[in-house]
Design a protein around this ligand. Sequence first.
Ligand code: MTE
Ligand code: MO
Length: 248
Amino acid sequence: MSIDLTRRGLVRGVAAGLGATALSACDPGSAAPSLRDLYDVSDALTFRVQRLLLRHQPLAREFGPEAISTVFPTINTTDPEDAGYRRAKATGFADWSLAIGGLVDRPTRIGLADLRAMPSRTQVTLHSCEQGWSAIAGWTGVPLSHLLAHVGLRPEARYVVMRCVDGWWDSYDLFDALHPQTILAYGMNGRDLPVAHGAPWRLRVERQLGYKSLKYVTSLEAVADVAGLGAGRGSMVAELGFPWYGGI
Ligand SMILES: Nc1nc2c(c(=O)[nH]1)N[C@H]1C(S)=C(S)[C@@H](COP(=O)(O)O)O[C@H]1N2
Ligand SMILES: [Mo]
């Protein structure tokens, strides 16, 4: 069925839906199709409201493979000292896992094999570090939206807090968490993600500055509020004086 998105069409649709619903009170047999009309109208409205809310949320630019930088710098933590991490690194991260919890229906732990078995996305994007450099790489990983759906994100959840083995942590609103280019990447330029770049998986949040793309992520927690975190600023870098959302 085609959806008439003009205002007149919506008004007509609502009127038809309500009229039919009122009538159907006397005649239950005719209720089903009329109610469906009403749902179609509300679907169209929901779609419009979503488009309105998401209008400032374009995709980050994606490049062809020829644009991939020959050198992609590594910065800050490049080889975590955590003993458990070192042991996992020695065995190809076979036993390493990501804990997913908080406001989700099915808290769980997932490993590299689980991630590799999930739907993946590959994107060649520009990484811009707030420290004044940028580079292009190809990233392959599981959309965070898929992971969150997999564990059943609860309606009360508004943010996702991520923590890393080196003590870094940050939080993300659902616009970024559910953005189609936000992925948990286990591959870089067609190979396994190197340790210096965050192995075995790192976050890629393509519309944000580099510091939002956390490496060595160990936990992901869905929360309703970040007011109590990071001296009320929602992230470690915010505590250090960077904006919670640098944005690019
Ligand atoms: N866990 C963790 N995540 C991190 C960092 C870090 O030191 N530790 N550095 C951040 C910064 S400032 C940038 S620019 C990128 C650097 O990623 P790269 O080392 O792969 O270039 O990771 C970000 N994520
Ligand atoms: Mo950075």
